[in-house]
Each structure stands twice: as C-alpha cells, then as structure tokens.
Ligand binder design. Structure first.
Ligand code: ATP
Ligand code: MG
Length: 473
C-alpha cells in the first residue's frame, strides 16, 4: 500500500532511527499514525515504540533537533514526549501487558515489538513502521492490518473476548472507529462486543463520554449510535436514549419511533452545525417523550404534552451522569430543548408580532441555533410537506428580521435600568423597582411602546404613578 510521510515528519523520524541505531534499541512508529498515513488522514501525534528505554531515546533525539525541544518525561508510565513542528512525538519502551478482571489498568513489563503489537486494540491499529536506516518505512503487519485497511474492516488482533474483557473501552473505540472511518466491524468482533458489553462498568464515565463525543462529532453519528444500540451497549451507558425506541399501537394508531427519529434529526443537524452542544441538544430534544406519552381517547392519537419542558428538566441529571459540564453549555442545551417546539407554532401567518418578539426574547443570541435544530427536526418523507415546512420557517425568519429591526431585540436590554428607576423616584432597591421593570419589558415586548429611551422613560413615569410613586424634582 502506498503512503507518504511529510518532509517535516520524515526529518524527525530519520533522526529517531539514527539515535535508535546508535543506542542499539530498534525503534518503530506504531498505531494511529501508521494507520492514518496509509489512509491519507491528518494526524497530530506520532507514537514511537523502541525495544529499550523510551525516555533515553527521546532525550537523545531532542539533543539532535534544533531548536532543541523540551522533553516531558512521565516516569510513572515510562514515557516521554517532545514536540517538533507542531506534532507530538510520544516515546515508550515496548511492553507486554497482563490484565486482572476488575481493572482496566494492566500489569506492565518490558517486552518485544511483538508483545507490544499484541496489546493493541485492532489490527489496523497494530501496524508498525520500521525506523532503522536499512529498512526505513517498512511495515510490520502481524495481523493482516493492511488487508483490513484496504477492505475497511475493524477486527481485534486476538480473540475479541480477550481484547474486550481486558479493556472494555475498546468496544466503544471499535464503534467510534467504524463511524469515523466508515469501516465495518467484522462479525465476530461485533459479537464480542454484544457478549462482553456488561464489562463496560469498569470504565470511567469520563472515558465513555469521551468516546460518545467523538461519535457525536462524526459526519453521520447515527451510524455509531445504531451500532451502540444494536450491540446492547447503549442501554448500559445511556438508558434514556434507548427508552425512545419502539412504537406502541392502540386501535391501529401508532406513533413514530422516537429513537430513529432522533438519529435522523441528529444527522440533519450535523449537516448544518458542528457545535457539539447543539448536537447534544439534537440528541436530547425529545428525551422526555417516553415519560410524557399518553393516548388521547377523544382525539384518537398519541400525545407528548410538555415533553419539551420535562426534557429541559432532565438535561442536568443526564449531564451530571455523563460528567458533562454543568455550566452555560448545559444551560444552552436546556434552552434548545425547552424552545424546540416554539418556532413551529409561529409558522402560521396570523401570528402576532408580539409572539415573534417573545421568541426572539426567549432565545436571545441562540435564535439561529434554535432555527437550525427546528429545521433538522423535519423528518417527513413527503417532499411536498418538507418544502412547505421549510418555507414556513423561511417566512418566520423574515418575520423575525422585521420584528427585531436589524438585531436590536436580539441583544435586548431594556433602555431603562433599575438605577434610573431608583434615581427618578428617589427610592431604594425594592419590589417597586421590579414591578416597573417588568411592566416596561412587557410594554416593549407587546409593541405598545417603542424600544427606546424616551418612550420607555415616559412609560416608566406612568407606571410609577400607578403605584403611588412621584418623580423626584
Ligand atoms: P485517535 O487519535 O484518532 O483517537 P488513535 O488510534 O491514534 O486514534 P489513540 O488513543 O491516540 O488512538 O491511541 C494510539 C494507539 O494506541 C492506537 O492506535 C492503538 O494502537 C493503541 N491504543 C489506544 N488505546 C488503546 C486501547 N484502549 N487498547 C489497546 N490499544 C490502544
Ligand atoms: Mg492518536
């Protein structure tokens, strides 16, 4: 298989080869870099394995590079890292690993290149490239990784049961790589995931979420989520999402399968945005549908009243469980979930300006993201309907542009502050200040007065008078 090593990388790798020769410790590049070079993908880090002391080799290499890079040594792991031309070179001695059943942290001892390749997760990640002068660039491929690269196959180098129960994170990595690279997971490897899925409990939540986020950041995350679902692992790591799956039928009336609907929405959204928090919002937008589902006898159909509201309430618990941040990013996701039904209700022509203004006010600077989510939420297979719904949103966007008068409302700040109210009426912070502020905001949102200082000041005087306040001279 043909591949190119970029000139900057070659320069460093040749120096590694020379140093290794002088120190008599054969050195190889292994893992992701070799795979990505063969696939023509970009890489930021290069892993070098030597049969000997990786830290000493890193020091020697640093000494030959100019400018001389710093070597970061992690003596506890026996690894060292240096950076050259923006690329991280990680050095480690070849090792052999043995696992105990209740931990993913193996016992580590020095080993041969072969031992080191045996401990890799997939055949395509077990490729090694020689750095010695005599056969620089030669690929050592003990498990047919090259063939699997060509045929786009993810397969464990050893027995899948062994590989997965030793380190269950590899199950998620298999699915993530399959999604990222558009590779098939070889059947016995996939069976291994289904069989050993319950071992996932020894993996930390942070690491699991890390893999989920990598899946979420692919072009078509539905592929990864379907594999997670089909292998049974999704039920263990994200039960709320699995609860969306299934269709209940009553009197011949069904509802859509909200799991597959959510995945379609997510894929649609990924074509519109690579904001990971908006992607999470797509995953979670209908998360409360199972909990709010009812069959309405009179109307003869299924309802999910309040699922946007309950869904927003569920977000913090899910974020906490997944070790996702509980800050403004979570609040953004909550806001998207809470508001995801609002735009559709505003696509009718007889909607008032004030309803449009209220949406602008509630969504604030996130209105464009909200519209992307809503547009992604259209999953009808009927092209006419699709066009009509999208046109409805286009019309709404025009209305919003008119109403917001070139973004003024988006950064909406009432022109009268609490300070001004207190000064005008010569009062202290109090309930009255709040009453007047609210009244002003409502008057502006309802379009009763213009959003400017003069109009709001006049209205403030009137509102103050209503509750017995007098303007200070
Ligand atoms: P990416 O950087 O895109 O996540 P990668 O394959 O480089 O992909 P890394 O996590 O950087 O993944 O790991 C580098 C190499 O280390 C892998 O190619 C693989 O050979 C090995 N490796 C990483 N994690 C594991 C694991 N859990 N089990 C076995 N080998 C692993
Ligand atoms: Mg890597």
């Amino acid at each position: 298989m043909f591949f190119t090593i970029l000139p900057d990388e070659r320069r460093v790798l040749e120096i590694v080869g020379q140093c290794a020769q002088e120190m008599d410790v054969p050195a190889y590049v292994v893992g992701g870099y070799v795979r990505d070079r063969l696939l023509g993908r970009p890489t930021k880090d290069i892993d070098i394995v030597c049969v000997g002391d990786g830290i000493k080799l890193a020091e020697a290499v640093a000494g030959r590079l100019s400018p001389r890079p710093k070597v970061a040594v992690y003596s506890r792991f026996g690894t060292a890292m240096l950076r050259a031309d923006g690329i991280e070179y990680e050095f480690v001695g070849a090792r052999r690993e043995s696992y105990s059943p209740d931990s993913r942290k193996p016992e580590v001892e020095l080993g041969t290149l072969e031992d080191d390749q045996n401990r890799r997760d997939f055949t395509i990640n077990a490729l090694a490239m020689s750095l010695s002068e005599t056969d620089f660039g030669h690929i050592i491929d003990p498990f047919n990784g090259l063939e699997h690269l060509e045929h786009k196959i993810i397969k464990t180098p050893l027995d899948p049961g062994q590989t997965f129960s030793d380190d269950p994170l590899r199950m998620l990595r298999a699915i993530r790589f399959s999604n990222q690279l558009d590779f098939e997971i070889e059947p016995s490897t996939f069976k291994g995931i289904a069989k050993y899925k319950s071992r996932i409990h020894i993996i930390s939540k942070e690491r699991i979420t890390g893999e989920l986020e990598k899946i979420l950041m692919t072009d078509k995350p539905s592929v990864g989520f379907k594999l997670l679902f089909d292998s049974g692992i999704l039920r263990l790591i994200f039960p709320e999402m699995v609860a969306l799956q299934g269709v209940e039928d009553r009197n011949g009336r069904g509802h859509k399968d909200n799991f597959y609907h959510t995945l379609e929405v997510l894929d649609n959204l990924c074509r519109r945005s690579d904001n990971i928090w908006l992607r999470w919002a797509a995953v979670l937008h209908d998360i409360a549908k199972p909990a709010t589902k009812k069959f309405d006898q009179e109307a003869g159909g299924w309802t999910f009243h309040g699922h946007e509201w309950l869904g927003a309430k569920m977000v913090p618990k899910i974020f906490r469980e997944m070790r996702l941040p509980l800050d403004g990013k979570m609040e953004f996701v909550q806001k998207m979930v809470l508001l995801h039904l609002r735009p559709i209700s505003l696509t009718k022509e007889q909607v008032t300006d004030s309803a449009v203004r209220r949406l602008l006010f509630d969504a604030g600077p996130d209105i464009e993201d909200l519209m992307k989510l809503c547009e992604s939420d259209i999953t009808t297979k009927n092209p006419q309907k699709m066009r009509r719904y999208l046109e409805g949103y286009e019309y709404l966007k025009e209305r919003m542009a008119l109403v917001s008068q070139a973004d003024r409302l988006r950064l909406w700040q009432p022109p009268i502050t609490g300070e001004i109210i207190m000064q005008t009426f010569d009062i202290q912070p109090s309930r009255e200040v709040g009453i007047i502020k609210t009244a002003l905001r409502e008057a502006i949102l309802d379009g009763e007065i213009e959003n400017n200082y003069e109009a709001a000041f006049q209205r403030m005087l009137e509102e103050g008078e209503k509750i017995g306040l007098v303007k200070k001279d």
